[in-house]
Design a protein around this ligand. Sequence first.
Ligand SMILES: [Zn+2]
Ligand SMILES: [Zn+2]
Ligand SMILES: [Zn+2]
Length: 407
Amino acid sequence: MAREREMQQPTVSYTGHPHLLAVLDNAPRHAPPCNECGRPCDSPPVFRCAHCDFNLHLLCGPLPALIKLPGFLDESLTLADSYAEDDSGEYYCDFCEEERDPRECVYHFGDYYFVHFECAKPEVLRSLKGEREDVELRTLGKLIPGQVVNKGSNSQTTARGEKQITESTLTLKDIYDSLTEEELMEFKNLSIPSADISSDYATSFPYSGDAFKRLLESLDAITVPWEKLIKFYKLDTKVVDVGEHQITWDFANIMNTVLRKHKDLIAESRLSPKVKTFVFVLLCDVVYSMSRTKIEDVTEQMLMNWWGRLKVVQRANFRVELVRDQLTRVVGAYFGLAANKFNERATADLDEQIDKLSKELEQLRESREQHQKLVESASTIITKCLDDASALSYKTVGADLLMNLEL
Ligand SMILES: [Zn+2]
Ligand SMILES: [Zn+2]
Ligand SMILES: [Zn+2]
């Protein structure tokens, strides 16, 4: 179809895909959604393997971990998923001197020099297209590694990351299928069966203290039935070793970080290692998803998903108080923002109605005035006619007629 547009030579090797990816400046028409986030992949530039119809948004794919920028040639700038150098609440891009959102990815040199991703994009694209030497890549969030294959080195037709993927032939399904009956029971017991809980919350949402209590209650009452739990897993995902644990390849780096931060994470869990793998995937998914979501984008459905999954992780006796505390704060913040939004909307609605009614009232007043003027313009004839009316007021209107006849 749009083959000629896909002439850009594939240059990007990425652990998440067995072939090299090309960086396209035009998004292919009718392309399937982004393989990472599932949203339409129609805003270029995009990563693409035309061979497999595999597409990634620029920000969903592997990005240069380091870049050099004109004007700041001495030092490399490092990619950070987010970066707030202080508590000032005001953060700037030193390249364009406009403000920057510290929750968005940025290239920076220590606490001194920051460049918007957008401002660094031309250089990012040059790096990705093989115009720079030795470019190491990594994705945001999941830290999935990759590399750029330089122009001219055409001997390389397969991705350097390929080895890592094909070497681990094990998938989550292999682990699942190898569970003993006991282990499967262990796993199933982590699910939270449905009970008959009336949830009158959700339809109307008055933002009172009671409503907040109900929100917390409904979160606590979340169930994760076995069918739903097992459906969460993409069982064909490849599995890799991280220390003595196993995890799906895409969460390996997150799991490393989580284990480093929470040393006693699994100290109390008596689960078999295989079932632990499934719990790790669930936990990493919550941590990953939470760390990529801004507070104003949080929806109730997200809260429900995170909370439910975290409950399962807690049933596995994983020590996740920190995550849980953070999530509780998020629930509060969500409620506050939702209340504000609701109030703003309600106030705006009422203002609009008041405005409309005020205009109608104004119109009625004008009509009344108009009417008064018409009456005044006819006042001579009306006065004359009223004289007749008062002359007739003590008789029936035909009384004089009969009196005349009698004469
Ligand atoms: Zn995407
Ligand atoms: Zn491919
Ligand atoms: Zn900028």
